[in-house]
Design a protein around this ligand. Sequence first.
Ligand SMILES: O=C(O)CCC(=O)C(=O)O
Ligand SMILES: [Fe+2]
Length: 308
Amino acid sequence: MGIMIKDLIESTDLICVPSKHALPAKAEDLTVLTEEEVEQVTLPVINFSLLTSGSADDRSKIIQDLRNACLHWGFFMVVNHGVPESLKEELINSCMNFFDLSKEEKSVYEVENAIDPCILDPIICGTNFNPASESVSFWRDYLRVLVHPVFHSPPKPEGLSEVLSEYSQKSRDITKELLKAIMEGLELEESDIEKSLELKTGVQMFSANLYPPCPQPELAIGLPPHADHGLLTLLMQNDVGGLQIMNKGKWVAVNAIPNSIMVNTGDHMEILSNGKYKSVLHRAVVNNKETRLSLVMTNGPPTRTSVS
Ligand SMILES: O=C(O)CCC(=O)C(=O)O
Ligand SMILES: [Fe+2]
């Protein structure tokens, strides 16, 4: 049974990174990790409320903003999105409570063997994506829950299921509005999109990523460089930074506006936009002071739909 990092650091007095966590899969995963070397950037800001309740001119302006953000960054921050701060806090607390469960309670959801990424386990937790085929572990524990088209309810801790269900619904509504506006910007008909992607039956997956403080952050990576699969990914965090994105050939650290939702375009969006909107590489770095928690919702088409 794999041990989660959080339980590991709580059971020992760790002063250096165990070698299993210290060897990067590729040396370039760790290039320029330190804060001094990485430029901090502010991502484009999208005022969501103007999409849904602004004037026609407001809406056109936001559609233009989204176009620019997708073309030049692949990442943007959504503000005035209607997710109450209290809901975000409750979700953060519930996820923290999940990671605080005993090892035995969490082990029910641990996946030991190679996971075929096409097979979606409804609820899993662990300490990296694929323990069987990776020679490295990354400095991240995670809980992943399939929340749509069928909502899978994590039975523990108490309260997580309700708050996750509410956030899933809200984030789905936000995703739909954003997709509609992005499609309008691409001059694709919304009905074509609905038809081709069957959004109502789309796969929505929630991940809580926990990055405990790491004694040697320069020797570990939270999540290695990757691009996301789906159409749009929505990310909130507990006000501790760590997300870096590839922009114009360089890693840059993003400053999130408190209470904004960070959104990025995934592989399906790249295909749907005929390569115009790239699925941008990103990674999560760790620090030696504070625990970081990111709450990630990926939104994709149904598994059997192919995008053409
Ligand atoms: O935690 C983060 O900042 C990044 C998470 C992420 O990229 C993912 O879950 O796909
Ligand atoms: Fe990602």
